[in-house]
Design a protein around this ligand. Structure first.
Ligand SMILES: *Cc1c(COP(=O)(O)O)cnc(C)c1O
Length: 397
């Protein structure tokens, strides 16, 4: 077959099942019928390929995994019941008592909590590090360090970690580099091509793009995905057929949607930056960033997530949020609808104040996931809400 861009290939590659249906059928089944006792035994023992039970494999889920793998430039991807299910599977498949993990210090709250509260019960320790302090990652590696986990761009302050340099550090120490690629989606960043070992996706975000399901995935080489698939077979945090089908269809429009998210987000970021009630805006697409060269080396786009510091601290931020009408107050990202979050009091509330401030999360910071609405309507809504902040007398200069 001719070599196509991954967007085209993912759309058109002949699928393993349902070749005559132009849109893939949905395989709602838990079990599979075997021709004979011999066939059942062969499938169970991996002597012949084929489905056994939907906790192990399901055609609708397999279609999603296959399309995602193409887009991430991975040999293989495995779907999980949620993004957190992906982290749980990853940790259980790869970590053992006494192991140590390095983690980005502003990482998704539940990811941090999973390691700090739960994996610690099994003797696995974790050190948080700033995303941009590349040398500190090298220095923090111990003989027991097994894994480095980070999101780039970081949520919600959109700091960027140097994936290539970190992957060289990881490789020379025999450590696995795991990148959470949820914010940019495979459309704008392919961490595996920059040296990462595994990529995690919270697939209910931009991959689904319409806020319809909770799902996750891990992508990498077949060899690196195998232990996770084996774990899922016993651990059971597998994805259901319906969500697998939904996500494989979602991937057909990922490219088009991401371009639109980015176009809208870039306009909003520029507009907010000029606004008198906004201190600063974080978005990798804005000019004048100290890391713009790194950004252009490892990202092919900037996506739909940005954050901004509203003047007046938490009061200013909450008044702004409460006066929005189109923009949803919703602690999610990657929906077709624009959403706003106050990270300090919601997504990052389990971090203490010092940890939040170190990660750049201030009381006035709001995060926006820019959707696919008509741009002028998004800006009008933001403008109206900013104009209704009534704490001017206490605003810092
Ligand atoms: C949402 C999210 C997760 C968790 O994924 P779920 O699918 O909600 O379990 C992990 N990492 C990032 C960056 C996320 O945005």
């Amino acid at each position: 077959m001719a070599h196509f861009h991954e967007t085209t290939e993912a759309l058109h590659r002949p699928l393993a099942y349902g070749r005559d249906a132009h849109s893939e059928p949905l395989y709602i089944t838990s079990a599979y019928d075997f021709e004979s006792a011999e066939e059942a035994s062969d499938r169970f023992n991996n002597r012949v390929p084929g489905n056994v039970y939907s906790r192990f494999t399901n055609p609708s889920v397999a279609n999603f995994e296959r399309r995602l793998a193409i887009m991430e430039k991975a040999e293989e991807a495995v779907a999980t019941s949620s993004g957190m299910g992906a982290y749980l599977a990853l940790g259980m498949a790869y970590l053992k008592q006494g192991d140590h993990v390095l983690m980005g210090n502003g990482i998704f709250g539940s990811t941090s909590h999973l390691f700090k509260k739960y994996f610690s019960q099994f003797g696995i320790s974790c050190t948080p590090l700033p995303l941009t302090a590349t040398a500190a990652w090298r220095e923090a590696i111990r003989p027991s360090t097994r894994m480095m986990i980070l999101e780039t761009p970081g949520n919600p302050t959109l700091e960027v970690a140097d994936i290539k340099t970190l992957s060289e550090i990881a490789k020379s120490a025999g450590v696995l580099l795991v990148i959470d690629n949820t914010i940019l989606s495979p459309m704008f960043q392919k961490p595996l091509t920059l040296g990462a070992d595994l990529v995690v996706q919270s697939a209910g975000k931009f991959i689904d793009g319409q806020g319809r399901c909770v799902a996750g995935a891990v992508a990498g080489t077949s060899q690196s995905i195998a232990p996770i698939k084996t774990l899922l077979r016993s651990g059971g945090m597998s994805l259901g057929a319906f969500d697998g089908w939904l996500l494989s269809k979602s991937l057909e429009t990922l490219h088009a949607r991401m371009i639109m998210h980015e176009t809208n987000a870039l306009h909003v970021a520029r507009w907010l930056q000029e606004h008198s009630r906004v201190n600063r805006v974080h978005y990798t697409g804005l000019p004048g960033r100290a890391d713009s060269e790194l950004v252009s080396q490892q990202q092919t786009g900037h996506g739909g997530v940005l954050s901004a510091e509203i003047k007046g601290g938490q009061r200013g931020a909450w008044q702004f949020i409460n006066n929005l009408s189109i923009v949803s107050r919703c602690t999610n990202i990657g929906d077709a609808k624009t959403m706003v979050t106050h990270p300090w009091s919601t997504t990052h509330c389990r971090y203490n104040h010092a940890e939040k401030l170190t990660a750049g999360i201030t009381p006035g910071l709001i995060r926006l996931s820019i959707g696919l609405e008509y741009l002028d309507d998004i800006i009008a809504d933001l403008d109206n809400a900013l104009s209704k902040i009534h704490i001017q007398e206490t605003l810092p200069a």
